[in-house]
Each structure stands twice: as C-alpha cells, then as structure tokens.
Design a protein around this ligand. Structure first.
Ligand SMILES: [Zn+2]
Ligand SMILES: [Zn+2]
Length: 214
C-alpha cells in the first residue's frame, strides 16, 4: 500500500477549542501550521513529534482563536505568516485588545507577510491547495482546497451540522450562505473538510443534512 502524500494532525487550542491543523507533505516532510490561535507549546510539541519541517504559518481568518498566537509563533519558528484575505486586516490590527476582552493572555496584533486572494495557490511541500475567498463569517475568510486528495480546510465558514456565526464585526449571514453555495458546495460529495471547531465532515454529508443548507 502506498503512503498518503498529504497528512494532517488536528490540535484543539485555546479555550475556544479551535482546530489548529498541521498539514504536511510526506514526499518532502515540509508542512504548514494553520490557525495557531494560542497554546504555542502544545503546537510546538506536536511539530517535534511529527518531525516535520514547518515552512510557513497560514491563517483562514483573523479571529483571535485562530490568529492570536501567529505573531509569536512566527518569531519562534522564523517562518512567514500567509493569509488571510486583506478584508480581515481590521481584526488582525486589534488582536491584543480583543484578547484582553476575552481574558486571553499573550495575543499579539499581526501584519501577515502576504495576503491571500481568490484563485491563489498555496503550496505545502509538493502538495497544492486552491484558495477560495469565502466572506460572511468574517470578511476575509478563506478556504484551502486540495483537489488531488479531495480535502479542504474551511476555518469557521462551514461546520459539521452548522455554519459560521455571523454576529461578529463584519459578519453577514446571507453573504456566508452565498460563499458556501458558490465556493464549497460545488465540490464533489467525497471531499472531506477540516473546520475551525469540532469534528471533520464531508461536502456530501453537509449537502444532504446540514439544516442551514436545505
Ligand atoms: Zn472565527
Ligand atoms: Zn473560530
């Protein structure tokens, strides 16, 4: 049996149980850290355990539970932070203040090394992810889709049995549903996805049963 060329480890971090995800290419041993919201020692222990060579930090959107630890982890690992879409700049500019409001210690404001746009390609070693801009939960949310392995990372856009909340600054429910319908539901039923909180699911499962999409 051949070894899969793309692997993932999901690490719930912060009081929000946010799914920080390590993604790596087994051909090159190179990987990325997606959404290091906090608990950086837990994330670094997992990096050591997998033995991967982290080439960058990637953000799905600018909320504190996803982005609060990104600036410090960038400093610790000496790598760049890529994403999200620039429409979330206002969230990244105020992470320290937001952290104080939630009683989160150590969150830092952040300027990414690069923003992401619809149609960009994100590489993870030899593996390629398509970037799709999915506003609604936040204005700058992005999803990452790997067609070869039929897997997506969707942040807080879509969940198993639910969709992202839209009551936070810049959120809009109709925009979110439109993003899901035009950017995620066109994928085949057998695409699996990792979401920002809770269990993984598939596009087919959500198409058939998600109460927000019927
Ligand atoms: Zn969020
Ligand atoms: Zn979240």
């Amino acid at each position: 049996m051949s070894q899969p060329t793309l692997r993932a480890a999901i690490l719930p971090v912060t009081g929000f149980q946010q799914n920080c995800t390590l993604l790596w290419c087994t051909e090159t041993n190179k990987g990325v850290v997606i959404d290091p919201g906090g608990d950086l020692d837990v994330i670094q222990a997992a990096i050591r355990e997998t033995g991967i060579d982290v080439e960058k930090i990637v953000l799905t959107h600018g909320h504190i539970d996803h982005a609060g630890g990104a600036d410090e982890l960038r400093e610790r690992l000496g790598v760049e932070v890529i994403g999200p879409h620039e429409a979330d700049r206002f969230l990244l500019d105020t992470l320290e203040q937001t952290g104080r409001g939630y009683g989160i210690v150590g969150a830092r404001n952040l300027v990414p090394d690069a923003w992401l746009n619809e149609g960009d390609e994100l590489s993870v070693g030899n593996q390629v992810f398509e970037v799709r801009h999915c506003p609604g939960h936040s204005p700058g949310s992005v999803a990452f889709i790997n067609h070869a392995h039929k897997v997506a990372i969707v942040g807080d856009v879509l969940f198993a049995g639910s969709v992202g909340r839209t009551d936070l600054p810049g959120g809009d429910h109709a925009t979110l549903i439109n993003s899901i319908r035009t950017k995620l539901l066109p994928l085949d039923d057998d695409y699996a996805f990792v979401c920002g909180h809770g269990p993984t699911s598939t596009i087919g499962q959500e198409r058939a049963t998600n109460p927000f999409l019927q």
